[in-house]
Design a protein around this ligand. Structure first.
Ligand code: DGY
Length: 323
């Protein structure tokens, strides 16, 4: 005899999930969608009774949203590797699993960090803006002089998956590679000839400092005016991790005053707001959080979200559990 009818679980996609994941969820679940501009109040309206919430780096999953979802909620699946917008403790207390999408965006994000490194070091944004604005009056021996990366010292701050891949990508050009990490990474030391140093040392020595640390209370403003003052005047700062790592007012001042040569940023503390001082700062390449934005990475991330949600709903261990 057939058992009692199973109700179809509901999934709240807080903003947007690409078809590679959405279609798989829609085949087994009722889908509710906040859309790209969903405000927190709208998400709370949509949440009651859902079994899963699909979040992304712009979504705050706090006690209010978890309460609104209620007791049926089993999993918060993040469509990103960084999960700083999710209140892990509240999820843990409620027995709600949290998952993310590691690995599949490592290449894309490290490659974007490399693109920003090249663009900031060679000032390609300023140079192109001059050309487009008709300010280019001919080959000029002293114009747009940048930093040559061959033989440069690179500092990778946070040698997780993405930091490690960035170090691999720059290895052929780099002179020294320094890294800052809580624990030594013997593999990286052997394979990449990387040397573990303290942050102060890395800042003092490196021509390129690339940030790959997660956003935590400890990493907030880890690069502020004192750290920028410690850097070489010809140094380049790259941030593809999280905006909260860098004090943007201090960075803008360092760029204006020539404390460092240039910066390349993909992330900001209060996205999509970009601090006015950064928009106005010289020699600063600014991108709109596109680190993982390759077709391959985003499709794989979306599919991984579906894997995680469906595993939890089937009572299985999700492949990418954080909590
Ligand atoms: C992440 O995965 O955390 C990124 O910021 C999204 O691309």
């Amino acid at each position: 005899m057939a058992g009692p009818p199973q109700s179809t679980p509901s999934v709240l996609i807080a903003r947007r999930l690409l078809p590679a994941g959405r279609e798989r969820l829609a085949a087994e679940c009722e889908i509710r969608e906040g859309g790209l501009d969903a405000a927190p109040e709208r998400l709370r309206e949509l949440a009651p009774g859902v079994a899963a919430i699909v979040a992304d780096p712009t979504v705050t999953v706090d006690g209010g949203l978890l309460d609104a979802a209620g007791e049926r909620l089993q999993v918060v699946a993040n469509f990103a590797v960084g999960y700083d917008g999710i209140d892990l403790e509240s999820c843990r207390r409620r027995g709600v699993a949290v998952t993310n999408t590691p690995d599949v965006l490592t290449n894309a994000t490290a490659e974007l960090a490399l693109a920003l490194t090249l663009a900031a070091a060679r000032r390609t944004t300023d140079a192109e803006a001059d050309l487009r604005a008709g300010r280019w009056t001919g080959w000029d021996p002293g114009a747009h002089l940048g930093l040559e990366l061959s033989g440069a010292t690179f500092a990778v701050v946070g040698l997780g998956r993405i930091g490690r891949r960035y170090a691999e990508l720059v290895r052929p050009a780099a002179g020294e590679i320094l890294y800052v990490a809580r624990r030594p990474k013997p593999d990286a030391e052997r394979e990449l000839r990387a040397t573990r140093v303290k942050l102060e040392d890395a800042l003092r020595r490196a021509h390129v400092v690339s940030l790959h640390a997660p956003a935590t209370p400890e990493t907030r403003n880890m690069i502020g005016s004192a750290e920028l003052a410690a850097m070489r005047p010809e140094a380049v700062l790259i941030n593809t991790a999280r905006g909260s790592l860098v004090d943007s007012a201090a960075l803008a001042a360092a760029l204006r005053e020539g404390g460092i040569a240039s910066a390349g940023l993909d992330v900001y503390e209060d996205e999509p707001a970009v601090p006015a001082e950064l928009l106005e700062a010289p020699r600063c390449v600014l991108l709109p959080h596109i680190g993982s934005a390759t077709r391959r990475a985003r499709d794989a991330m979306a599919s991984m979200v579906a894997d995680n949600v469906l595993a939890v709903l089937r009572g299985e261990e999700p492949p990418n559990r954080v909590v």
